[in-house]
Design a protein around this ligand. Structure first.
Ligand code: ZN
Ligand code: ZN
Ligand code: ZN
Length: 245
């Protein structure tokens, strides 16, 4: 299985509009601090699945040379995780989409002009796409219902936390244990505290708690130092980072 981090930024992306902090300046100059919004591509020998459809999806698909996916899974109904789905318009019809019912209802009403193939799924009930098994599990990102994603290809296990704090239900922690790769929300460097996202310290302590073999941090804001400095201290992902398991 191959994982490609199509977008590693937070909801506003880096550079932030109007900001001249050192990280945004690095991003404006084309450095690795430049981050599109959240999407992850999973590839097996049988196909491709997108986790979330970033507002920057068009450019992400062009960069990857992809014109068709086998499915989309939405983790929650926040703009930075679904708004780019419209970029499939006149490119791919009837994209199969998977999400919990309330997330699906919200996103489908926003995208009323499209006709995706709707699959409502329940937390903790596995489903299969392109030879990969997916299980959604509850995380903690108030006020919206949000799902983390466990992906298994029979050999390796990848866990994507989506947007969440570290206050996770016990059954979700059980599912996350012993992942070969943990992709964790870490919107801020240590020192910042939010009730619906983790900072880098909280994300790394979660990684130790669930005994992840490898961890990358994503959903990163411009509040980190410029990427090349920050990555010496934390395992930050960067856009288009590809990990083969
Ligand atoms: Zn987000
Ligand atoms: Zn900035
Ligand atoms: Zn969110």
């Amino acid at each position: 299985m191959r994982v490609v981090m199509l977008g590693t930024g937070d909801a506003i992306g880096t550079p932030k509009i109007g900001c001249r902090c050192p990280t945004c300046v690095d991003a404006l100059n084309g450095g690795r601090s430049r981050r599109l919004r959240f999407s992850i591509l999973l590839e097996s020998e049988d196909g491709r699945v997108l986790i979330d459809t970033s507002p920057d999806l068009r450019w992400q698909l062009i960069k990857m040379g992809i014109s068709k996916v086998d499915a989309v899974i939405w983790t929650h109904a926040h703009y930075d995780h679904y708004a780019g789905f419209g970029d499939f318009h006149r490119v791919q019809n009837h994209v199969p989409v998977y999400a919990t019912r309330s997330t699906m209802d919200y996103i489908i009403s926003y995208l009323y002009f499209l006709r995706p193939e709707r699959h409502d799924v329940k937390p903790l009930e596995p489903f299969e796409i392109a030879g990969m098994e997916f299980t959604l599990f509850e995380v903690n990102h108030p006020p919206v219902e949000t799902m983390g994603v466990l992906v298994s290809d029979g050999g390796k296990r990848v866990v994507i936390t989506s947007d969440t704090s570290d206050a996770l239900p016990e059954e979700s922690l059980d599912l996350m244990r012993d992942a070969d790769l943990l992709i964790a929300d870490a919107i801020m460097p240590p020192g910042y505290k939010l009730n619906k996202h983790m900072n880098a310290e909280e994300a790394m302590s979660l990684a130790r708690r669930v005994k992840a073999r490898q961890t990358v941090l994503t959903h990163l804001s411009h509040l980190y130092p410029p990427h090349d400095e920050a990555v010496k201290r934390w395992p930050l992902a960067h856009d288009m980072m590809s990990i083969t398991l």
